[in-house]
Design a protein around this ligand. Structure first.
Ligand SMILES: Cc1cc2nc3c(=O)[nH]c(=O)nc-3n(C[C@H](O)[C@H](O)[C@H](O)COP(=O)(O)O)c2cc1C
Length: 181
């Protein structure tokens, strides 16, 4: 039997105790149910310096982040929409990844919005993922009106978004199985 695939979550919010941290947890749990192993980068505990900042090229957090990416077969990116695009935390995370870490690997995309659904952040992340030679799934999730999106127990209120979670996780696991060498 082949090794389980490894799916890495990257959060566009600093704190995993956030809407995007929760969305990653929900999607990664579904990937686990489908047989994947999952890892998640914790920016709050191990922040990445801005690309180009003094000392950034030797930062141990950057090295470990890139090694986690090398060990992953697929990625889930979950970003808040900030001013119509991905957060700086997400963009800077992607700036630390090159095709040698990500080439030929599957990417699934999620964004959360304070307001109404928009595809801007999803489209911008899709472009960045393509630039590092990722294969982005057609399934993607935008979670609007984020303050009303979760029940008290952390589950999603919307059945439609729940079914998108199932579709996204299934697509990531299935397509990673097809693409993995
Ligand atoms: C600087 C900033 C810009 C924002 N811009 C937008 C925006 O353009 N559209 C929108 O719907 N929500 C916007 N929001 C709301 C965030 O998308 C929302 O707070 C976030 O999705 C919540 O996720 P989190 O708990 O992971 O931070 C903005 C919030 C901040 C702090």
């Amino acid at each position: 039997m082949s090794e389980p695939i490894v799916v890495m979550g990257i959060c566009g919010s600093y704190d995993l105790d956030s809407a995007n941290g929760r969305m990653l947890e929900i999607v990664l749990d579904k990937c686990k149910e489908l047989g994947a192993e999952t890892v998640i980068w914790d920016h709050g505990a191990r922040p990445l310096p801005l690309v180009g900042a003094e000392g950034c090229w030797d930062d141990p957090n950057v090295k470990d982040f890139q090694e986690m990416a090398i060990s992953a077969d697929a990625f889930v990116l979950s970003s808040p929409e900030y001013h119509g695009t991905m957060s700086g935390v997400m963009k800077n995370s992607l700036d630390w990844l090159y095709s040698k870490h990500t080439s030929g690997k599957v990417f699934g995309l999620i964004c959360t919005l304070g307001g109404q659904t928009s595809n801007n952040t999803l489209n911008h992340m899709r472009i960045a993922a393509r630039w590092i030679h990722g294969w982005v799934t057609p399934e993607q999730i935008a979670v609007p009106n984020i303050k009303e999106a979760f029940n008290e127990d952390g589950s999603l209120v919307s059945d439609d978004i729940n079914s998108r979670v199932i579709g996204l996780a299934a697509s990531i696991v299935e397509n990673t199985g097809k693409l993995r060498k």
